[in-house]
Structures are given as C-alpha cells and as structure tokens.
Design a protein around this ligand. Structure first.
Ligand code: GLN
Length: 482
C-alpha cells in the first residue's frame, strides 16, 4: 500500500509507470502473507517490484512502450518474471521505457518521456539572519542559513530502462526488472544513482521478453544497492528449455560474495576508454574508483582493449539488423494495432507507418539495408567479424590474469530532456553507450554502481566488467565501491 500510494503521488510527475496493477499487487501480497504465516516463504516473499514493459506478463499490459502493440496483453508470463513470482515477489505494474528498448534517454516511448527524479543543484551558502527564514532552506547550528538552489530543468533518466531506474531511484518500487542490449540497464542506473547489472549472455532466459537484438539482449535487475541487485539476479537467473541460448550452470548465491575481501584481485584499467573530450569529473571519478580498489588491496593493471573504438559502429549494424528481423512480426495481423487498408499490403504499410515511432523506423531501415543482398558482406558480416575481435580483446586480458575491468559507466551525467544536440544528431545519442556496448558485443557481465556526484550534484556511476559467468566477482568488487 505504501508503494502504491507513493506511485499515485509521484507518477504523474515522473511518468515511470505505464500501467499500475494495484489489485493484482494486493492479491499477490495477501498470498505472500499466507505463505509466510505457514512458514513457506520464498527468497523475495512480499517484495514489491516494477517490471519493464518489455517483459511479457500474463493478462497485463505488455507493449514495449510502442503504439504498434496497442492493447496487447499476452497469455503467457516471461520466464524471468515467472521466476520472481515463484520466489514470492509482488508486481506493482509495468514500467516505461524507450520504444522496443531503442534509445538512451527514454524519450522514444509512445507514453512520453520519463523524468529523472534528480535535479541539478548549486550549493550556495548564504549567510543571513536566522529571523529571516525563506522557503527551501534550513537553519544551521551557527544561526546562518544554507540555501540549496535547484536548477529546475528536467533531466532524462537514461534509457532504455528509464522507467525502471526512475522507479527504483524515487522509491516507487523496491527493485525493478530491466534489459540491456547495449547499455540499457547500466546507463540509466548510472544516471539515477542506482545499481544495475547486465549478467552474462545466457544467464537469464529471454523467453517471453519482447526481442530487440536477440544475440545481445539480456535481462537484469536495477536495485537501490549492490546487495538488492545480487538477491534479485539470483531469482531472475535460470536455465530454460524455452530459450536455447540460456545456459545450464548453477546460479550461485550472489549475496554471499558481498563483503569478501578483494585483496590481490587484478583490476584492469583499459587505456582505450580514456576517450577524447571526456569530462574532467568522469576522469576524476575513475581515478577515485581506482584509489578505492587499490586501498582495498587490489592490484591495478593498465590494459589494452585495442578494438574498443569499433564497438559502437559495429553495434549499430548488428543491433538494427537483428531488430529489423525481429520487428517484422508486427504486421497488424497477430498483435495490437491494425490500421485497415484496401488490401493486405496496404494494411501492413499503414499499420507499420502508424505503429512505429521515428527511432524504431530508423533502426528498421538501417537493419534492412545492412542485411540486403549486396550489402550483407560489406556491413553485417564485417560487423560480426569486428564483434569477434572485440570479444578476443577481452579474452586476452582475462587470460593474462585480469579478474575485473574498471571503467566509467557513462561519458557524462544525466542530460536535459529534449537536448537539442541529441535530437538533431542521433549519433550523439548513440555515444552515450560508448563504455557499455562492448560488454554486450562480448556477451560479458557488467555492473554499474553509483560512485559519487558531479559538481552539479548529479549521480555518476562506475562500471565493472567481469569474466563470463563471474557475476560474483562484480558484486564483490562493486560492494567495495558502493
Ligand atoms: N541505447 C542503445 C540503443 O539504443 C541500447 C539500448 C538497449 O540496451 N536496449 O540501441
């Protein structure tokens, strides 16, 4: 009830939820209470969660925040959410996101942008008589008043899991599910001061999650701290006969990794991530992270991942290519929206023209182009080769004994809604994922953990990248940074 009333109050301003399932939440909570009374509780008994709109939820709004899926309520439950419910979690509702998870600002949603609960601030100490108390300040012990001036410009929460990150950050759920194809868990987590982990490709089943780029998509949690993220991932992860890319490996007790010393651990610092024009505060954050891990006994090692600079261009071939194929199914026949036409071809055209937003159309066109005869070898095949080189870069440093790689999570803090530069040039938007896409291309686990504030008081995150299926090392190291 507390979460539902918090959603009632804050959601009109933040737009994090696109559907609230209050009755269902209360029913699930009651069932959970009953189990607890009988001493039958699961690992997440009664924990209220928000679910990204990309996860299929039985009988509940599932539209990937697209117009083309208008009214779609699947008759199945995604494996990840089914795992959470089996452990006793409670569903509060469906969370806003970029349409089909394409974006880095949550502005491409059919349901409108999500607002980051954080605001830029300037901390000005204004000395004034204590009798003169204005609004918005507090009286310090010395009888002076410290005033905190806020910049009221609204900021994006990042994307595509912007609703998940905002709901967690603003206490509108205890934790949330999210997905990450090229940074969509880690970048919004960094922009909102939350923890987000993209596990190894294959750790969570993709079954029942609306597909964007199937060879890159992975589910993971966004949570308020490292421990919560560890507990949630343990429940979400499983092998699944319905997803042949899910991996049959024991899901370890991630929580047990937290608090283990990192003495002697080898932390790699990749020189290629020191990109041109990286803001001072990001470099400073990185240095702070290095110092914390060194102080905790880790050995800091300079490493090279030489193909890093090709990751973003290769991603923007592979991801749209797979998307153009996956999104072919939205034809007005099987799901959601149908705009009638004089014949079936016109119906397809009208439905897809009206149903998809700008960014999604851009991806479909790029994807169709790079897969078409004559261009396939030059673009798609080439990008797949580059992807292998990126993967090999990581394999080489891990083979040389590196346990974990530390980088910034994003090249900046959260930016303003309707940023003119980004709106005018989609590539500027794509650059947000410069530190995160490599991890998807290589199928590795990556975690974003809050590590401080920029000079304007906005959260910044660091990223840790691990060996395949060594999420435990990420939780262990992230807990030192947190
Ligand atoms: N921002 C990237 C994109 O638009 C990544 C999205 C994601 O991880 N789902 O493709």
């Amino acid at each position: 009830d507390a979460y539902l009333s918090a959603i009632d109050r804050a959601n009109p301003a933040l737009n994090a939820y696109v559907a609230v399932t209050g009755d269902k939440a209360r029913d699930m909570a009651k069932a959970s209470d009953a189990r607890l009374v009988k001493g039958e509780g699961g690992a997440l008994e009664g924990i209220p969660l928000g679910i990204k709109d990309l996860f299929g939820t039985d009988g509940v709004h599932t539209q990937a925040c697209s117009h083309v899926l208008d009214g779609f309520k699947p008759r199945y439950e995604s494996t990840v959410t089914a795992n959470l419910w089996a452990d006793g979690a409670v569903m509060l509702g469906k969370l806003n996101m970029d349409e089909f998870a394409m974006g880095s600002s949550n502005e491409s949603s059919y349901y409108g942008p999500v607002i980051n609960p954080w605001r830029r601030s300037r901390l000005d100490t204004v000395v004034m008589p204590t009798t003169h108390q204005g609004d918005g300040g507090f009286v310090s012990a010395g009888g002076t008043k410290t005033q905190r001036t806020l910049d009221n410009a609204q900021l994006v929460p990042g994307g595509s899991s912007g609703g998940s990150a905002t709901a967690v950050s603003a206490f509108l759920c205890a934790g949330a599910t999210a997905t990450d194809t090229g940074g969509s868990i880690r970048q919004p987590a960094a922009f909102t001061g939350t923890v987000g982990i993209k596990p190894t490709y294959g750790r969570c089943s993709r079954w029942g999650i609306v597909a964007f780029a199937s060879s890159l998509d992975q589910a993971g949690p966004i949570a308020r701290d490292v421990r919560d993220a560890a507990i949630l991932l343990k429940s979400m992860a499983s092998v699944d006969p319905k997803d042949t890319t899910s991996v049959d490996r024991l899901v370890p007790d991630y929580e047990a990794a937290i608090g283990k010393p990192i003495k002697g651990m080898k932390v790699g610092i990749p020189k290629e991530y020191r990109v041109d024009g990286m803001p001072e505060e990001i470099e400073a954050l990185w240095q702070k992270g290095i110092a914390w891990l060194r102080d905790a006994g880790a050995e800091i090692v300079d490493i090279s991942l030489p193909h890093t600079k090709y990751a973003l261009p290769a991603y923007y071939i592979v991801a749209p290519a797979e998307a153009s194929s996956n999104l072919a199914r939205y034809d007005g026949v099987r799901y959601g929206l149908r705009v009638p036409g004089k014949d079936i071809v016109e119906m397809y055209e009208k439905t897809r023209a009206a149903g998809f937003g700008r960014e999604v159309k851009r991806r479909i066109m790029i994807g169709t182009y790079v897969l078409s005869a004559g261009y396939y070898d030059a673009y798609y095949l080439q990008a797949q080769k580059v992807r292998n080189l990126i993967k090999r870069d990581f394999e080489n440093v891990f083979a040389a004994g590196i346990d974990v790689i530390l980088t910034p999570a994003t090249p900046s803090a959260a930016f303003g809604i309707a940023d003119e530069d980004m709106a005018a040039d989609p590539v500027k938007m794509y650059l947000n994922d410069i530190f995160t896409v490599t991890v998807n291309m290589a199928g590795l686990p990556g975690i974003a953990v809050p590590a401080g504030l920029d000079p304007k008081g906005l959260p910044l995150g660091l990223q840790l990248i691990g060996r395949p299926f060594e999420e435990e090392t990420l939780f262990q190291t992230a807990a030192v940074i947190e």
